[in-house]
Design a protein around this ligand. Structure first.
Ligand code: ZN
Length: 239
């Protein structure tokens, strides 16, 4: 088992919940409160609690849980983390709120082969959770100086990336993966609209950040913005 929490910037850690393949993030505010981003699979809460303990935090210190989107590898542990923290609900983009409240992901892109295959499999449901706050594009969530909601729909209708300007950390969410040291698109069959997901990822090229953090894969600290822009420039038109 690797490091339970990886420091990205002062007050910002990545918490690996399935090796580096599925990540949560914790942001600590000046008053000691913690904002958690994503909750991994259903069994991830034990890893998240261990990651919090590694930075001297208890689940009761968590005052906000933000979900980048309504998929079981991000929302699956949300019910468990609500129970552990005592919070009443999560925060998500308004376009994914209904899926979180019903505990089932949005439909898959049946214009792709993998989407047609996956659509026939049993739906990968997760425990329904209340959504206490619905987010919109451009919202600034009051997390340690402000976290900007960047709506990047396509992977799901309400998928968001998150820009924490004061630490220079961008969380791409599932708009871009970083697996085996390579930037890739999410798997087409798991997107609601693969084409839209690739198109809206272009928004990330315009943002200012020093560290690119991924819900799938380890972060990039060196020339992060250039490398994201290189990926978007070479991959956006095709494939
Ligand atoms: Zn995912």
């Amino acid at each position: 088992m690797g490091n339970p929490a990886v420091l990205l910037a002062p007050g910002v850690v990545r918490i690996p919940t399935l090796g580096d393949f599925i990540n949560s993030f914790a942001f600590t505010d000046s008053d000691g409160s913690v904002t958690l981003v994503d909750c991994g699979l259903k069994r991830a809460p034990a890893r998240i609690v261990a990651g919090l303990a590694h930075i001297g935090k208890h689940p009761y210190d968590v005052t906000r849980i933000i979900l980048t989107h309504a998929h079981p590898d991000h929302a699956g542990g949300a019910r468990g983390m609500l129970n552990a923290t005592g919070l009443a609900g999560v925060e998500s983009h308004e376009a994914d709120a209904a899926y979180l409240r019903q505990g089932s992901p949005p439909r898959r892109d049946t214009s792709t082969t993998s989407g047609r295959v996956f659509e026939r499999l049993p739906q990968s449901d997760f425990s329904a959770v209340p959504v206490a706050t619905e987010l919109k594009d451009g919202d600034i969530i009051p997390v340690a100086g402000g976290m900007r909601v960047v709506h990047t729909p396509g992977h799901t209708p309400g998928h968001v990336s998150l820009l924490h300007a004061s630490s220079g950390v961008l969380i791409t969410g599932d708009s871009i993966f970083n697996i085996a040291s390579r930037r890739t698109w999410p798997l087409a069959g798991f997107c609601t609209s693969y084409a839209q997901s690739k198109a809206t990822a272009a928004r990330l090229a315009d943002l200012e950040y020093g560290i690119a953090a991924f819900t799938h894969g380890p972060e990039i600290r060196d020339r992060a913005r250039d490398r994201i822009r290189d990926f978007l420039r070479t991959k956006s038109d095709h494939g």
